[in-house]
Design a protein around this ligand. Structure first.
Ligand code: PHE
Length: 340
């Protein structure tokens, strides 16, 4: 028995295997039910009692060596697999996602850059405002619906409540209060209205509003400024038309339409068959508004306009559902990767 143990020990030490199947075969041959080590344990029963201690130790040593050998072979084969057959160096690399600008940022930047070329500078102001800068100074009568909780998010109540601005005209009021004349500014920013969220409305959206105040500014100047903008934004052939409208802070006021850039004015489902798309509101600054900010309305006049960035972006890229701008779905956002 001693020789058998010795012989098997030597063979175990010399054993080699090149894959997992061979290792499993070795394990069965040594430690399986009919394996060589198992057979020696059977034989051990016949060993005379006085020799049991000696052979018992040797046999256990043999079994441990067999198990250790199997583990060692498994480890070395595992390593070979991970360093050779599992790594395919010819595979293309994982693409690196660089991200892209949000369509709202792209559109806002484009609006800013168009007006910058005409000498407008960018002014920003607080999103949490008071009633005076959002409504009072802009000639909103006390009973105007915008002052209702249904339309505006109020933070506090009282005489001059704090609220979330509903338009960036509030920034224009702040500019009129402190900037020297003439003023030629655009005010981009987020605005808030208490609206139910749908494909066409959201409680948060973005505006760019503009203001020009100087001596002798006329409605014709406004029309020219807006036409230039429309042509830069929607193409050289873009035409505009103005429809009479009403805003408390401008008089006269107008709604501006641009000729539909999809059907070129013939009528399609985007322009609902009219050939025109509404893009902004505008008007001559009401003398009451100038006076409320300390500007002499007999000497100065001016015009203001305001547009929704989401709306301009929707028209430019034919986005049908406004909510897509806020969901951050990469499939939507990546469509704008090449836009700028
Ligand atoms: N402030 C108006 C709005 O939010 C837009 C506007 C600005 C209209 C300036 C006319 C002149 O709807």
């Amino acid at each position: 028995m001693e020789n058998k143990i010795k012989d098997l020990m030597q063979r175990i030490e010399a054993m080699k295997a090149s894959n997992e199947q061979e290792i499993e075969e070795l394990r069965v041959r040594l430690l399986g039910k009919k394996g060589e080590v198992t057979a020696l344990f059977e034989e051990f029963r016949t060993v005379p009692p006085e020799m049991k201690k000696l052979f018992g130790q040797k046999l256990n040593g043999l079994k441990t060596a067999a198990q250790a050998k199997i583990e060692e072979l498994k480890n070395s084969v595992g390593k070979q697999v991970s360093s050779s057959s599992k790594t395919d160096l010819t595979m293309p690399g994982v693409p690196y996602l660089t991200g892209s600008r949000h369509p709202i940022s792209i559109t806002r930047n484009e609006i800013i850059s168009i007006f910058s070329k005409s000498g407008y500078s960018v002014v920003e102001g607080p999103e949490i405002e008071d009633d005076w800068h959002v409504f009072g100074a802009l000639n909103f009568p006390p009973e105007h619906p915008a002052r209702d909780m249904q339309d505006t998010f109020f933070v506090t109540s009282g005489d001059n409540p704090v609220l979330l601005r509903t338009h960036t005209s509030s920034v224009q009021v702040r500019a009129m209060e402190k900037l020297p004349l003439p003023i030629r500014i655009i005010c981009p920013g987020r605005v808030f209205r208490n609206e139910a969220i749908s494909a066409r409305a959201h409680c948060i959206f973005h505006q760019v509003e503009g203001l020009y105040i100087d001596e002798g500014v006329s409605f014709a100047d406004m029309k020219q400024a807006i036409l230039l903008f429309a042509q830069e934004m929607f193409g050289k052939d873009a035409k505009i038309r103005m429809r009479p409208s009403y805003f408390p802070f401008t008089e006269p006021s107008a709604e501006v339409d641009v000729s539909c850039n999809i059907c070129k004015g013939k009528g399609c489902n985007i322009c609902k068959g009219t050939g025109w798309l509404e893009i902004m509101g505008c008007g001559m600054v009401d003398p009451n508004v100038l006076e409320a900010s300390g500007i002499d309305s007999r000497k100065y006049s001016g015009f203001a306009f305001g547009m929704g960035v989401e709306r301009i972006a929707m028209l430019k890229w034919q986005v049908k559902d406004l909510r897509e701008y806020f969901e951050n779905d990469l499939r939507f956002l990546s469509e704008f990767e090449t836009a700028i």
